[in-house]
Ligand binder design. Sequence first.
Ligand code: NAD
Ligand code: DAU
Length: 351
Amino acid sequence: MVKTILITGGAGFIGSHVIRLFVNKYPDYLIVNLDKLTYAGNLQNLTDIESRPNYKFIKGDILDTELLKSIFEQFNFDGVIHLAAESHVDRSITNPLEFIHTNVVGTANLLNIAKQSWSKDFSNKLFYHISTDEVFGSLGKEGFFTETTSYDPRSPYSASKASSDHLVRAYFHTYKMPTIISNCSNNYGPNQFPEKLIPLAINNIKNNRPIPVYGKGENVRDWLFVIDHAIAIDLLFHNALPGETYNIGGDNEWTNLDLIEMLCSIMDSKLNRKEGTSSKLITFVTDRAGHDLRYAIDFSKINQAYKWKPSVDFKKGLELTVKWYLENEKWLEQIVTGQYQLYYNDQYNDR
Ligand code: NAD
Ligand code: DAU
């Protein structure tokens, strides 16, 4: 094998797309997926590549020091792409400590074992940390996040991701361990767990259930198709200079309400409903605590360095996403009939 890469969180939404891209594109790399399979991890996301000779799955926790030591010893990784995390803002509001354990302590543990394992010779090693634009806080109506925007996280989730970013930066500066970080905006696409806005709305529209829109639906997010994110990760993993950070975004800002209205119209057409039927399900509910108003990314650094830019038009990407969820009913049913129902009742019953 030319390279052996550890990808953490590869059974989740973004991780599974990154694994698929790497396994298909680099048959001479060994891709090792370490995932704890929390509620968000799902091996069904990887059935098309699971039996490839250049792919290996290990069920395990990034907090498990002994396991990490043993797999670093066994595989002698050339690089790590670290996606494993607790990723849902609403859950971080209900249960912040879970986010500190996984996102902060888990990342510190992984950094530490990588440093110990690589410390004799850091050359040709890379620790790539996948982070979020939420570390920069909330924008007003104007402006964009750049790589030099000050960190200003405002939810337990974003604070935990900001902490993990700082730890990665500290390992670069203190120990000269080669690291990079990218901070990406909201991803959407197939395989996203239906706690996040777009798949949750698709599932509710399909089942004629209310679509919960927080506050007045005026919050703005910058949406990127998940495969465009995976392509950016591939480019940065292979080309970026250690110590650098990059912003990745969709150049695609939508208020939540406008986005949900477009989604309703796509769903009406796919479900052969009269135009305007699904938007009647829109229901304004109590706002998220500390809800960030707007995220928007200036991605000129990665664009100028590597010519990366989003390739999927938003309407087309949403149509593809809706099609995927409608064609993968089993995937969705297995999730929404399990623990998800309890989560959904807790989150939304009193809103
Ligand atoms: P996800 O919740 O869909 O997947 C997370 C994965 O991590 C799951 O497979 C889960 O089982 C695994 N995991 C959780 N705790 C673990 C642990 N202790 N040990 C090993 N595995 C563990 O998340 P996602 O949306 O795919 O996000 C992946 C990464 O990208 C996260 O770091 C997130 O912060 C970041 N990110 C997400 C977005 C987005 O829009 N979804 C945008 C920017 C950055
Ligand atoms: O910006 C990147 C981040 O995007 C990632 O780091 C996070 O992991 C990812 O979850 C996402 O965070 P958001 O909080 O922006 O995503 P979410 O899908 O939860 O919500 C998108 C917007 O929709 C947000 O303004 C809250 C709103 N919303 C969300 C849900 C779940 C609703 O109005 N109703 C809902 O039911």
